[in-house]
Design a protein around this ligand. Structure first.
Ligand SMILES: Nc1ncnc2c1ncn2[C@@H]1O[C@H](COP(=O)(O)OP(=O)(O)O)[C@@H](O)[C@H]1O
Ligand SMILES: [Mg+2]
Length: 314
């Protein structure tokens, strides 16, 4: 992966430090009788990486859909850099919020480069007539777009596959391509819905680095993920949704240590979590006392992927 951050100072809409980029207040989404998201408040500040976790069906993707104009929340308000979001996805993208999807949405029969160029359309100033007449302005804009798309492909480490068809990429690279396409709209906030689903540990680790590099480019990040190691390594703040409601929010240590989170979602303490030493001591003592050492094995299984339902692909 190439982490070229030379665009840092030229990124349009680069944030002012301390600025609130996203401000969601009292967001509620009902589908008939079902309330999928209930009164959720969440902010993301400039330079932050915020995590959103919760069991399968907790309403995480629905909340994302409310932030991106795919759904108009039944109640509540979403502001991006102080302005209430327009209720249409393409307008939200133009305003500066980009996203990837839990189930990858690429143009399978287009090339890798073409997929990124599609992501740029909200940022190209050349209008319809310019495209039809194909004058010098059009060609200049087209070249600039292509150069930027290639730069983004280099950034995610896919430039060598620019001419490949998207459908021929392995799964992990398709997820990277989605990120490049999202970045092509030059967002100020990037929403990632389960970016490491289906990835192997090396790819997951590389994605972690990629998200840090995106943050360093001046883009705030909100990420949904089931991989707890990924989330707790990456995020400045983590919010936990359970049955549509925000149960807890805080830094990684606070969330990992919160009893309600452990009870409602995590099930088991994580390796390296605060208090893990004590747990290990107790377990060692129990094992020593001739009980069973099953507990140690069970804990090992929960370190990277404790959450059920990774297969949900809405
Ligand atoms: N378009 C929809 N119509 C009806 N119910 C939906 C719709 N989208 C999501 N839901 C329901 O809302 C709840 C939350 O789903 P979702 O946001 O996908 O959860 P998560 O992403 O946390 O796994 C689930 O019960 C789901 O079935
Ligand atoms: Mg989801």
């Amino acid at each position: 992966m190439t982490t070229d951050t030379t665009t840092k100072d030229t990124t349009p809409g680069a944030p002012t430090p301390g600025e609130t980029v996203l401000d969601a207040r009292g967001v509620t989404m009902r589908f008939g009788g079902l309330t999928a998201v209930r009164g959720v408040d969440l902010t993301v500040g400039a330079g932050e990486i915020v995590g959103l976790i919760g069991p399968n069906g907790a309403g995480k993707t629905t909340f994302f859909n409310c932030l991106t104009g795919l759904y108009v929340p039944t109640e509540g308000e979403v502001r991006y850099k102080g302005n209430v979001l327009p209720p249409k996805s393409f307008k939200v993208t133009a305003a500066g919020i980009a996203r990837t999807f839990q189930n990858i949405r690429l143009f399978a029969n287009m090339t890798v480069l073409e997929n990124v160029l599609v992501g740029r359309h909200t940022r190209t100033k050349e209008g319809f007539w310019s495209a039809v007449l194909r004058g010098p302005g059009f060609h200049r804009a087209e070249k600039a777009s292509k150069d930027r798309a290639m730069e983004l492909l280099r950034f995610v480490g896919l430039d060598h596959k620019a001419e490949h068809l998207a459908r021929n990429l392995p799964y992990g690279e398709q997820r990277k391509l989605e990120i490049a396409r999202a970045l092509a709209s030059e967002p100020g906030l990037l929403l990632l819905d389960e970016p490491t689903a289906g990835m192997n540990p090396q790819e997951t680790r590389a994605t972690e680095e990629l998200v840090f590099a995106i943050r360093d480019m001046g883009i705030a990040v909100l990420v949904i993920e089931h991989d707890m190691r990924f989330i707790f390594n990456l995020c400045d703040r983590v919010a936990v949704l359970v049955q549509g409601e925000k149960l807890v929010e805080g830094d990684s240590a606070t969330v990992q240590g919160d009893e309600r989170v452990v009870a409602a979602y995590l099930g088991e303490p994580f390796e390296d979590a605060p208090g893990a030493d004590e747990v290990a001591e107790v377990e060692a003592a129990e094992a020593h006392a001739g009980t069973t050492d099953e507990a140690t094995g069970a804990r090992a299984d929960t370190t990277t992927d404790a959450a059920p339902g990774k297969e949900n692909d809405r």
